[in-house]
Design a protein around this ligand. Sequence first.
Ligand code: PLP
Length: 413
Amino acid sequence: MPSLFETCYRMDGKLTDKAERLAVELERNPPAYFDGLHMTLLEGVKPITKVRMPSGEVKEMLMLGSNSFLNLNHHPRVLEAERKAAEKYGVGAGSPPLYAGTTDIHAELERKLAEFCHTEDALIFPAGYSGNIGVLSGLCRMGDAIFCDSSNHASLFDGARLSGAEVIPYLHLNTSHLQLKLEGCKAAGKIIVTDGVFSMEGSLAPVDELVRLKNQHDTMLMVDDAHGFWAVGPGGQGTASLFNCRDEIDIHYGTFSKALGYTGGFAAASHVVIEYLRYYARSTFFSSALPVTVAAGVLEAMKVVEEEPVHLQNLKRNRDFFQNELERRGFDTLNSRSAIIPLLVGDEAKLGALQMALFNDGIFSNIGTTPAVKASRCRLRLNVMATHSLEQLAVAADIIERHARKLGILPEN
Ligand SMILES: Cc1ncc(COP(=O)(O)O)c(C=O)c1O
């Protein structure tokens, strides 16, 4: 059955009709998870942080809902780098990169990103979402073919559709299905596009297999490792590094918005591809550059990750511990290999009730349901940070288990 949000979006009539219908339906019968979408953080991302609930009540909550995996948001070196950049350059970029928007800090960040990805060059975008739109719609045209894992992030599908190329989805993680699609394709311009870490389940793309297929079928390969860079693999070098094939990826894509806790995206590739994208990726050419304070903070955060290995060590320790705690209580964590740990629920009403019960008990979590995943595969989405203590995670696992048993998500003991 289509969700309320899908029903309203598909409605015919004047454009305001659907907006009014949504307002009426939400007033009359809000979905169980609705409050969860309207929490306000009063002191930013911390393991325990103050949150205002829609009722107005302010609570301290254990933060299990942030993508800021390393939780460097309050790190003194990062804060200092931002402050110094603001003093020297002021705030804001004022122009797109190719006009007056590039400072020496932006240039240094691009060099550092290229070095990090072992590529010749890199290009920064003002947001992770818009960068994917720019890369795919800039690179591909009608007559080309874009092969997309069916669970790829929306920005990859949106960029692919905007390009006018044929968008060819393949079954999630299913390289045999991809092979069939590649064999039937006559286009000369071809690219395989995949998330590195899948954002709704924390699982990894089979990058080594994708490299094999791209070589066999003479296509490009783009890996969007938004959730993998600075979070998985040795030194946080990302998903491809776990498969020892970083240097075989044609376009590395990442965001500053997950492990580093910032905003912005980047592509790293050969010099000719990046130069081409500087002119043809419209979301950089026609969009103001990333604020210089952000570029300075990201640069410093990257150095912190390199020079203070404790952050990555703690993240790994925490995610291994928490996944183990949840699995031994009987939860299905959908083969997660990253700091995103989903708990399969499969029933939207139960999921909403679980999330609200957790809010009331001081645990901030997110949910994954339509349109991101099918309602029958809906899940609680828990994100671990490097700054959590093992005790906090153990207590959280107990609370989640208690509510899940009460709601019939796990069998009674
Ligand atoms: C794989 C992937 N790519 C791109 C994005 C968009 O990044 P941003 O939130 O920085 O715009 C996300 C966001 O969740 C993502 O998971």
